[in-house]
Design a binder for this molecule. Structure first.
Ligand code: DMJ
Length: 528
């Protein structure tokens, strides 16, 4: 029962000072009210309208503020997740493969290709960009005390240029530490014998200790992508050393390829002969293996040199039109756009994962004033590359996808048994990084996040490191292959980090171009 004596409130006795101000407030409110009454009806309506407008704006902006906050928190988590993945990969490399080319994480040992600490060099600038100072310091020490190019070993010109020369040059630029420039000069000089051929189109292999070069044992051909994707690095080496021999050698290759017969609407065949300097095995055209980075380096050299070398731009624009005219198709049933391969006039509806560099390159071109329809194509191809991951049971792309032009099984993408592997390749996350930088559409980050989670689920080896796998269609047994390629640290994790980082000045795309191994090199200042 209610008791009238019960007090459900606290009675306060205000002191004089407070009671005065309280009374003053009351007076103020009364005079405000009087003033309000003195306003005309129009004035009052205007004020009410303004207040209502401000109130609605406040309500509307509130969810976007919270959303923004949520997104930033998510970005920080994701950036940390990439650092964690790098540390885990590094832990395996350090424990079982330190100073060797590649980690074999399952057998807990190493694999050797050139015997030059490939993974360590490829990963240097990634550690710097991720802010992993301790790991970087240890690796620097190894470069200073252990790395020697005075070795009787055959190295592949292209691979050692993009990974070693490119990695050392970019680390020099990021850190200003001349140790890396000295090492870059050393390896650059040792690679030069490759250009001593009858045609000046370089051989594929160089012995960096003996100073001799040769083609592979079975042919005198070189691969077109290989001889045309070393230009960014050698041109930069000339700029830094003021020694033109490097730039001259690689630009001679560019000049020759520019005027060679055998292209189709700007598309190049896959092989070139080091004696004749001519394309061989003509009639096959792809944006995948053996041709891919030819197209990438046309655009990037044009950007590196300050957009002055118009022949590079012309070749690039013509090639993209060539892709549209000869290689683009759409799948059934979902109308995914893909870049097929042409073989003697017949289109083969298959696409290497390597082709997934193309959306990023197209977007970079569009960002630099090239036709807007390049961006439209980039958006479509990015979706296709995403689907190459999303439609697989592990969420990881196969090495090669086969697309259905007329689907009988309801699927857009099929995978042949020989193409089911995943080597931890970077091309899709590379393009996601460019697409996010240029569009700020958060779906690209989400797609990248899904990929990182799949890498963690299916390729992470508990004792340290990540492994390539043999079957992206079998989540129960993805068939680990026991190899962590150096580009997983050099490229894949770097692009994922940059994709998730909110700092768009971190390697600004208006100041740097990435070589084909994700090593950033500066765009030349206009005076040089
Ligand atoms: C890397 O060495 C480079 O990205 C190259 O251009 C293509 N192959 C690998 C990564 O897939």
């Amino acid at each position: 029962m209610y008791s009238p004596q019960r007090q459900d409130f606290v009675s306060l006795t205000l002191g004089d000072q407070y009671s005065r101000s309280y009374t003053n407030g009351k007076h103020r409110r009364q005079s405000c009210w009087r003033k309000w009454k003195q306003l005309s009806r129009l004035q009052r309506s205007l004020i009410l309208f303004l207040l209502a407008f401000l109130f609605i704006c406040g309500i509307l902006s509130y969810p976007s503020l919270t959303e923004q906050w949520r997104v930033t928190v998510k970005a920080v988590d994701r950036v940390e997740a990439v650092r964690e993945a790098f540390r885990h990969a590094w832990k395996g490399y350090k424990a079982f493969a330190w100073g060797h080319d590649e980690l074999k994480p399952i057998s807990k040992t190493h694999g050797e290709w050139f015997g030059l600490g490939l993974t360590l060099i490829d990963a240097l600038d990634t550690m710097w960009i991720l802010g992993l100072k301790d790991e970087f310091a240890e690796a620097r020490k190894w470069v200073e005390t252990e790395l020697s190019f005075s070795k009787n070993v055959d190295v592949n010109l292209f691979e050692s240029t993009i990974r070693i020369l490119g990695g050392l040059l970019s680390t020099y630029h990021l850190t200003g530490d001349t140790l890396f420039l000295d090492k870059a000069k050393d390896i650059g000089f040792r690679l030069m014998p490759a250009f001593k051929t009858p045609s000046k189109i370089p051989y594929s292999d160089v012995n960096i200790g003996k100073g001799t070069a040769h083609p592979p044992r079975w042919t005198t051909d070189s691969t077109v992508a290989e001889v045309t994707s070393i230009q960014l690095e050698f041109r930069e080496l000339s700029r830094l050393t003021q020694d033109p021999q490097y730039q001259n050698a690689v630009e001679e290759v560019t000049r020759q390829v520019h005027r060679l017969e055998g292209k189709r609407d700007g598309l190049v065949p896959m092989f070139i002969n080091t004696n004749s300097g001519k394309f061989t095995r003509r009639g096959a055209f792809t944006l995948g293996a053996r041709a891919d980075s030819y197209y990438e380096y046309l655009l990037k050299q044009w950007l590196q040199g300050g957009k002055k070398e118009t022949e590079l731009l012309e070749d690039y624009l013509q090639a993209i039109e060539g892709v549209r005219k000869n290689l683009l198709r759409q799948t059934s049933p979902s109308k995914l756009t893909f870049v097929g391969e042409l073989s003697n006039g017949h289109l083969n509806p298959k696409m290497d994962h390597l082709v997934c560099f193309l959306p990023g390159t197209l977007a970079l071109g569009a960002h630099n004033g090239l036709p807007a329809d390049h961006m439209d194509l980039a958006l479509q191809l990015m979706e296709t590359c995403h689907q190459m991951y999303a439609q697989m049971e592990t969420g990881l792309s196969p090495e090669i996808a086969h697309f259905n032009l007329q689907s009988s099984n309801g699927r857009d993408i099929d995978v042949k048994p020989a193409d089911r592997h995943n080597l931890l390749r970077p091309e899709t996350v590379e393009s996601l990084f460019y697409m996010y930088r240029f569009t700020k559409d958060s779906k690209y980050r989400d797609w990248g996040w899904d990929i990182l989670q799949s890498f963690n689920k299916y390729t992470r080896v508990p004792s340290g490191g990540y492994t390539s796998i043999g079957n992206v269609r079998d989540p129960v047994n993805p068939a680990p292959r026991d190899k962590m390629e150096s580009f997983f640290l050099g490229e894949t994790l770097k692009y994922l980090f940059l994709l998730f980082s909110d700092d768009s000045e971190l390697i600004s795309l208006d100041k740097y171009i990435f070589n084909t191994e994700a090593h950033p090199l500066p765009i030349w200042p206009s005076t040089s």
